[in-house]
Design a protein around this ligand. Sequence first.
Ligand SMILES: *[C@@H]1O[C@H](CO)[C@@H](O)[C@H](O)[C@H]1NC(C)=O
Ligand SMILES: *[C@@H]1O[C@H](CO)[C@@H](O)[C@H](O)[C@H]1NC(C)=O
Ligand SMILES: *[C@@H]1O[C@H](CO)[C@@H](O)[C@H](O)[C@H]1NC(C)=O
Ligand SMILES: *[C@@H]1O[C@H](CO)[C@@H](O)[C@H](O)[C@H]1NC(C)=O
Length: 200
Amino acid sequence: MLSIRSLAFCSIIATLATVIYSTCPNRAIVAKKAVKFGVTFYTAAELQPILTCIEPQLYKDPNDTTTLISTGKSCVINNSASKAISALSLYSSFNSCTDLMALLDKLTKPFLTICKVPINKSVAVLNACKANTTIAAASKQDACINKMYGTGLAIVTKDNVNKYCTQLAAKMTSTEWGCCKTYAPKVVNVKLYKCYNITK
Ligand SMILES: *[C@@H]1O[C@H](CO)[C@@H](O)[C@H](O)[C@H]1NC(C)=O
Ligand SMILES: *[C@@H]1O[C@H](CO)[C@@H](O)[C@H](O)[C@H]1NC(C)=O
Ligand SMILES: *[C@@H]1O[C@H](CO)[C@@H](O)[C@H](O)[C@H]1NC(C)=O
Ligand SMILES: *[C@@H]1O[C@H](CO)[C@@H](O)[C@H](O)[C@H]1NC(C)=O
């Protein structure tokens, strides 16, 4: 009885999730790929609402990186209730090593430069889709974000991530890099990237 009831419950949840996410099928693939690329702090299921939360701003103005980053931070906080304690403890530990937000600010520009090709290609696909007048307005955000994710997914490989990581490491002081090496294993599987072995 109990198992039938929980089975029914699971089917309802699965159906709802399918209905909600089928409008942007690449979102689920993006979340799964992030986990495959080593994200351990969040599961793919936990990453999806974070992406959903960022998408309206991403669609509205993909070039406004300042607003995009602040929206991103807000989306991570708003959708991490179940992780609040571990995230807070990680944040304060990292801060006692080096100022996390200052480091993120410092790395934003180099990151945008290093990742210019995949970012520009994805934004170009998004903008072309937005300019397309044959797509119905009601489904346009989902349709266009979906296309953008598809483009990004095709470009990003583990080799690329390793390359970006190596270039970003070069922008950090030995203290900052040391802090990243100490805390990165708590959120990603660092064994996937040779970059982690850099010493400075
Ligand atoms: C964003 O920048 C791209 C070039 O990088 C440009 O083609 C596009 O028009 C810009 N979009 C907006 C909304 O400013
Ligand atoms: C996060 O939650 C706060 C409080 O509910 C809300 O004001 C804010 O708009 C949310 N942020 C995003 C990006 O949805
Ligand atoms: C890529 O986008 C940036 C702005 O985000 C712009 O400055 C740059 O010119 C673009 N590069 C190409 C090749 O479109
Ligand atoms: C606009 O969207 C339609 C429907 O998805 C597609 O067939 C067409 O090729 C698109 N046009 C452009 C210029 O991208």
